[in-house]
Design a protein around this ligand. Structure first.
Ligand SMILES: *[C@@H]1O[C@H](CO)[C@@H](O)[C@H](O)[C@H]1NC(C)=O
Ligand SMILES: *[C@@H]1O[C@H](CO)[C@@H](O)[C@H](O)[C@H]1NC(C)=O
Ligand SMILES: *[C@@H]1O[C@H](CO)[C@@H](O)[C@H](O)[C@H]1NC(C)=O
Length: 272
């Protein structure tokens, strides 16, 4: 369809190079436990239970990035992200290290080139994004439920001038849309007039949202066009904003430096 055609869905390949290849070639470095001794016993292995967390530092640091999982929803796709990670080389097959390879649609972060072809051609890729905009104080706010983010909604939020970073939590979070594998077009996002209102009446340069597009499905192309027009606004989509008090946080988002990509997987955290 025209919408998906207008987006450039760049696929990216990343090689995750294991630390063990570094240590193996240089005896001067200390040994990383488990990487050189192949005789680690099964009983020792069973005690190795990795800890996964959403909150760190006694409730001060929140991970607002969703884990990459094959059942994560994917923009305008029926069956989610699908298989994106595999072992290119495996120790079980006799290799000296496990080396994973992954293939992802560049989603979480949009540059001006995401919807503006001339910006894309001019080289506005993820490497040109301003780290100062992506990192600094900002607000996590709840938008009223039962509506998309219209001009009226934006006005009612009374976001003070000078606020440059805002994460908008919507009913997408209540509906746990990011935990459903099927893409849902009824997600809440900015309407075109809501986007215009933000551009014209606020100082917001970083917009975060809790589903896969910042603009509502019915306005997905014009909404993005308005927000990305100036090349000053950075959009971070697909954030995990569950179970965090609204308020002021230090926001930190780091997209990968992928030359030529209009978006990139991005790790975002909030620090109280
Ligand atoms: C390991 O080797 C088997 C047999 O050659 C092959 O089927 C499998 O795909 C290999 N796996 C990896 C991760 O290399
Ligand atoms: C290495 O790959 C094997 C599969 O071949 C897997 O069972 C094992 O957990 C992997 N080890 C690490 C350290 O990832
Ligand atoms: C938001 O807009 C979409 C269409 O883009 C619609 O399907 C959805 O119902 C709207 N949500 C609300 C809460 O109005």
């Amino acid at each position: 369809m025209a919408r998906t055609k207008s987006m450039r869905s760049l696929l990216l390949l990343l090689l995750l190079s294991p630390l063990s290849t570094v240590t193996a070639s240089s005896a001067a470095y200390p040994t990383i436990p488990g990487t050189t001794d192949s005789s680690v016993s099964a009983s020792q292995d069973s005690k190795l239970i990795p800890i996964r967390r959403e909150v760190y530092g006694d409730g001060r640091i929140f991970d607002i990035t969703h884990k990459y999982r094959s059942d994560l929803p994917s923009f305008a796709k029926e069956n989610g992200l699908g298989k994106f990670l595999w072992l290119r080389e495996s120790m079980k097959n006799g290799s000296s290290a496990n080396i994973s390879e992954m293939k992802l649609i560049t989603l979480d972060r949009a540059t001006p080139g995401h919807y503006h072809d001339h910006y894309f051609d001019a080289g506005f890729d993820v490497d040109t994004l301003d780290l100062e905009v992506l990192n600094g104080p900002g607000l996590l706010i709840d938008v009223p439920r039962g509506t998309n983010i219209t001009a009226e909604v934006m006005k009612s939020l009374r976001i003070p001038k000078g606020v440059r970073r805002v994460l908008f939590r919507t009913e997408n979070t209540d509906r746990r849309l990011m935990f459903k594998n099927q893409f849902d077009t009824s997600f809440v996002g900015f309407t075109t007039d809501g986007a215009k209102w933000l551009v014209e009446n606020t100082d917001i340069k970083l917009i975060g949202i809790d589903y896969l597009a910042v603009a509502a499905w019915s306005d997905v192309v014009p909404g993005h066009l308005v927000l990305l027009e100036s090349t000053e606004i950075i959009i971070v989509e697909g954030l995990k904003l569950d179970d965090i008090q609204p308020g002021v946080y230090s926001i930190h988002c780091l997209p990968l430096r992928i030359l030529g990509a209009e978006g990139s997987p991005t790790r975002c955290i909030l620090i109280k």
